[in-house]
Every structure is written in structure tokens, then in C-alpha cells.
Design a protein around this ligand. Structure first.
Ligand code: ZN
Length: 164
């Protein structure tokens, strides 16, 4: 399931990306861009009911609250099958790659490299680094509260040490 979210759905787009869904989001679109992505088979998510006239396959999002927005998508069966969470850049939607440990940006804290280097991921497009940590834990808990993610003791990437 691939999405394109309208300019009013930035938070929803971020959470969809966190879940692993390929989600295009821009603060502004030309109509031709939306048309192009819809023609490619993306589901257009919009807060503007009138868009469903132009794009009959568009999903009108009822709520302003991101938890309810996700609940609506889940109820409409659009969130299954679930992709792998935390595999996409939250900022630019690109699939994350394993970081090259020899050229890691100085912004990455030492403890990440020291304790959990194998879980360090990198966005090839915008250069942002991702690793399991408090921010991601908070996002996982929130997704769990929304019923979108099982809360396992070993979420992917967290158990880096001592395998084998
Ligand atoms: Zn990125």
C-alpha cells in the first residue's frame, strides 16, 4: 500500500513512514503531481472532501487527530499487510540503508557506535541517521497504544549484541 498525503496531513505522513509505508508528502503540490502519483496507484489521503470528486479513489480523512486518522485507515483495511516499521526516513520517505561505520557523521553519539553499531541506519537521500533510542521507543509505544504495533521486548534492531 503506497500513499500520497495532502499538505494538511504532515503528521499522518510521518507516522505512516514510521510504520514503513511508502508515503509521499509535500507542503505544496501541483495538481499534475497528485494526478501523476494517483495514476501510479498511490492512495491519495486528503482532508478536503471536494478532492474526492476529482480523485474518486481518494480517501477523505475525517479527523484532525493523527491517532484517529490512523484508526480510520486501519478500519478501511488500508494498513495491511503491515510493512516493517522504522525502515524509512521520516523526513523524506527513502528506504534506510545500513550505515557505513567508517564514514559516520560526527552527529551520531559515541555510545550508539559503541553499544549498537549494527542497528545504526542511514538515509541515502537526506543523510539523516537513525538508531534505536528514546525517541524511537516513544514512537513504538505510541503506535502500540494506537493498536498498530505489537510491543515486543525485542523490537527489530534493538538486540544487536551477542547474537550467535
Ligand atoms: Zn531522508
Amino acid at each position: 500500500m503506497n500513499f500520497i498525503a495532502d499538505s494538511m496531513l504532515g503528521r499522518l505522513a510521518k507516522w505512516l513512514r514510521a510504520l514503513g509505508f511508502d508515503t509521499i508528502y509535500q507542503s505544496r503540490y501541483r495538481p499534475s503531481e497528485i494526478q501523476h502519483h494517483v495514476a501510479e496507484g498511490r492512495i491519495f489521503l486528503t482532508r478536503k472532501a471536494e478532492h474526492t470528486n476529482t480523485y474518486p479513489s481518494a480517501i477523505y480523512i475525517h479527523s484532525d487527530h493523527v491517532g484517529k486518522q490512523l484508526a480510520q485507515l486501519k478500519a478501511e483495511g488500508l494498513l495491511s499487510p503491515p510493512p516493517l516499521p522504522f525502515t524509512r526516513c521520516l523526513r523524506c520517505n527513502t528506504l534506510l540503508a545500513k550505515a557505513d561505520l567508517d564514514s559516520v557523521h560526527p552527529r551520531v553519539p559515541d555510545y550508539v557506535l559503541y553499544e549498537n553499531a549494527s542497528a545504526l541506519k542511514y538515509c541515502p537521500s537526506c543523510g539523516r541517521y537513525y538508531w534505536p533510542g528514546t525517541h524511537r521507543d516513544r514512537m513504538e509505544r505510541q503506535l502500540h497504544l494506537w493498536g498498530l504495533l505489537p510491543l515486543g521486548p525485542q523490537s527489530p534492531g534493538v538486540a544487536g549484541d551477542g547474537e550467535g
